[in-house]
Ligand binder design. Structure first.
Ligand code: UD1
Ligand code: UDP
Length: 365
């Protein structure tokens, strides 16, 4: 059996790595890794291949950035040729990025079965490009692997057959479980702080870790300015470390906000291992990332999500995640509540145990 994995953007790499490793232990499976090139900066792509132990991609489509239509269409056009050449028996797609839906669409027309890893998640907010990608990909996929039971409920309601849907747990957490100790050993929070010249201010009183890249937060200059002003204000009480996603960096450059004298430390995106250590050492996380809502829940670190909704409700109902929405007064009071000992306690959701990829491999093999 020949399986092709399609990955393209940062959050795909943590998901494809454990599935490839688990399938590699099965007899009779040949694997091909295709990188679409949606993300291409060294610290958005190559560093993850190294740190996660992924093989070099067999194919890189090098599509780069563009509007949704341009990027999706380029992936579709370029991937078609490779699918016809490599003739995989099955294609695995991951998460909810443009690379995911583009590959699923082409496979469906070529009658190549698709398996979707991280299926069934819904924010019920079609203003999010990822929600469109999730719905379309799940409609086209033959096999659907869900990280939480809400995923199964959504898929069955949308007409998928019960025998197509498999609740396997969270593959992103498989990577976290595997690399948690290594992350701490290689990049203690102290070492990372030293690297970025943040020692002292960061370690004495703790720090907040920030990531923001959703168009709803960063593409609107007024919203982005309000968020940065709020972070600057909060950083008087809690230093903030903010590895900046390239989308956000581009938007910030246009705003001319001064952060020089503040304790809001803007740094380049960091590798997986460094980011994992930074999460483990943080007093709290402020984010709009999907994956970081999950990782902070697993690690028991308070997470404040600057979004009105989440496609990962289990992080709120079971985990440490609180949706503060785009109400920045709420963000401020949630930060102070945590600093005053009022952090939400959570537990780890069912089947987030490091074995999700093994379950996938067993179902497929
Ligand atoms: C994409 C995904 C989003 C995911 C995020 C993870 C879609 C629709 N969006 O958003 O779901 O949460 O990745 O990080 O697929 N850029 C660079 N270098 C890079 C990559 C991007 O400079 O290596 C810049 C470019 O200016 C680009 C912008 O970032 O236009 C946005 O990149 P894009 O891949 O379109 O979307 P993301 O915001 O990264
Ligand atoms: N991450 C990282 N370095 C960073 C920021 C995030 O390695 O500077 C990791 C994070 O630990 C998680 C993943 O990137 O594993 C989440 O990806 P992202 O936030 O880009 O996408 P989303 O999950 O929102 O789709």
């Amino acid at each position: 059996m020949k399986i092709m994995h399609v990955a393209g953007a940062r959050p795909n790499f943590m998901k494809v790595a454990p599935v490839m490793a688990a399938l590699g232990k099965k007899n009779g499976i040949r694997q091909v890794l295709l990188h679409t090139g949606q993300h291409y900066d060294a610290n958005m792509s190559e560093i993850f291949f190294r740190q996660l132990g992924l093989p070099n991609p067999d194919i890189n489509l090098e599509v780069g950035s563009g509007s949704h239509a341009t990027q999706t269409a380029q992936i579709m056009t370029k991937i078609e040729a490779f699918l016809c050449e490599k003739k995989p028996d099955l294609v695995l797609v991951y998460g909810d990025v443009n690379s995911t839906v583009a590959a699923a669409l082409v496979c469906a027309k070529l009658l190549i079965p698709v398996a979707h890893v991280e299926a069934g998640l819904r924010s019920f907010d079609r203003a999010m490009p990822e929600e469109i990608n999730r719905i379309v990909t799940d409609q086209l996929a033959e096999m659907l692997f869900t990280p939480s039971i809400d995923g199964d409920e959504n898929l069955l309601r949308e007409g998928k057959r019960a025998n197509q849907v498999h609740f396997v747990g969270n593959v992103m957490i498989d990577t976290l479980v595997r690399l948690k100790k290594k992350a701490n050993a290689l990049h203690s929070p102290q070492q990372v702080a030293e690297k970025y010249n943040l020692l002292g201010s960061l370690l004495s009183k703790g720090y907040g870790l920030v990531t923001l890249h959703r168009p709803s937060n960063v593409d609107d200059p007024i919203m982005l300015t309000r968020i940065i002003e709020t972070l600057l204000e909060l950083s008087k009480d809690l230093p903030m470390l903010f590895p900046i996603h390239p989308r956000t960096l581009h938007r910030l450059k246009g705003l001319g906000i001064q952060t020089d004298d503040a304790r809001l430390f803007l740094i380049d995106p960091v590798g997986y291992l460094e980011f994992l250590s930074l999460q483990q050492g943080a007093s709290l996380v402020i984010t709009d990332s999907g994956g970081i809502q999950e990782e902070s829940t697993y690690l028991g670190i308070p997470c404040l999500t600057v979004r009105e909704n989440t496609e990962r409700p289990v992080t709120v109902t079971v985990g440490t995640n609180v949706l503060v929405g785009q109400d920045l007064m709420r963000l401020k009071s949630a930060v102070f509540s945590i600093l005053n000992g009022g952090a939400k306690q959570g537990t780890i959701p069912p089947l987030w145990d490091g074995l999700a990829s093994k379950r996938i491999a067993n179902i497929m093999g």
